[in-house]
Ligand binder design. Sequence first.
Ligand code: FAD
Ligand code: UDP
Length: 379
Amino acid sequence: MDLLVVGSGLFGLTIAERAADELGLQVTVVESRDHIGGNAWSTVDEDTGIEEHRYGAHIFHTSNDKVWGYVNRFTDFTPYEHRVYARHRGEVFPLPINLGTINQFFRRGMGPDEARRLIAEQAAELAGREPGNLEEKAISLIGRPLYEAFIRGYTAKQWQTDPRDLPAGIITRLPVRFNYDNRYFNDTHQGMPRDGYAAWLQRMADHPRIDIRLGVDFLAPGHELSRDAVVGQVPVVYTGPLDRYFGHRYGTLGWRTLDFERRVLDIDDHQGTSVVNECDEDVPYTRTLEFKHFHPERTHRSGTVVVREFSRFAEAADEPFYPVNAAGDRAVLEQYRQAAADEPRVLFGGRLGTYQYLDMHMAIGSALARFDSTVRPWF
Ligand code: FAD
Ligand code: UDP
């Protein structure tokens, strides 16, 4: 073994594939789950033939041509364009907030300039001040009435943290448009892997110099591939939770987790689209996924798979999905970053290893960059 990769998500698999294929290294990948692929993994429901994303809806999108070229080595993508609808007080609106949403909400028929002027008036309460948190950022972009309808309740359910204590960056993930374009993402490239996420991820892992060991926790002591046995002996790429690597010595970093309520319904179409968000606080779940709509090009058997997502603070035994990144977390994170920099020949990468909300293309882009800047010089 020349290199040990901990975690077989897109960060770990990208590093493993590059190290094995480009540098000719013998790579071992340890994965604590019973499957590869991290949170992008999918399975197929036997009865309906519908592909289900096991850890929440995943749509691939990127404007990074290097990443797009790289992923296309392992899979083709369908031309799927993601669109999300949002329910507020029983009415369904298009997201992200666009001219259609604004006109429907205010019962108006405004053009782009008139709508811009209206939103600017409603954002005036900030008086030109630089927004310092999620609430202020949202009000600066869409004004208070739309913030209260579509953002405040959803964000309260998703984060259970005061929006004034959340970073502004969370909300800038969503575009705001003064036209009728309601594609959820702005990126140059988007789509779904044509024959599924599992096939894509398996092709990345399928290399004669990559040895995958499932069901192995790198941080559980007492086996030949554990941290105590390997660090300092062989270079390591670690993509598990940063605080867990250090035994939580500076405290716990805050994460949100999701509970999924899955149902198979004996009807062909439940909601007519892949994702419907629930923006009101009295609806306990944040959104409903209907997976068959991600693949309109496929023929499915009858029935449909529907999943509701409930968000809550992650406890020790839960899957950490979203870094909360509240003010208290940032101070703790700084200490872990220092400790990580001092570990001998250990690269901390990916969403869990860097405590950053990375989309798939960002995890892959960052792995390609860290492969060149850190892994290659090790050899
Ligand atoms: P992960 O996929 O989390 O992989 C880390 C792996 O490490 C896991 O398999 C874990 O089991 C393993 N591991 C951890 N600790 C240990 C240990 N001690 N020993 C052994 N193995 C260990 N991105 C998009 O681009 N589009 C989307 O639409 C999208 N939707 C998302 C929806 C949800 C609900 C979530 C949670 C994420 C979404 N993402 C989306 C983000 C996407 O999942 C991530 O970008 C991607 O999973 C990051 O890959 P990673 O390798 O960093 O982490
Ligand atoms: N958001 C919201 N209302 C919505 C959709 C999103 O308030 O209907 C906010 C919420 O704070 C969320 C953020 O925008 O965390 C980013 O949305 P995105 O869909 O990118 O979040 P994700 O699906 O990754 O949670």
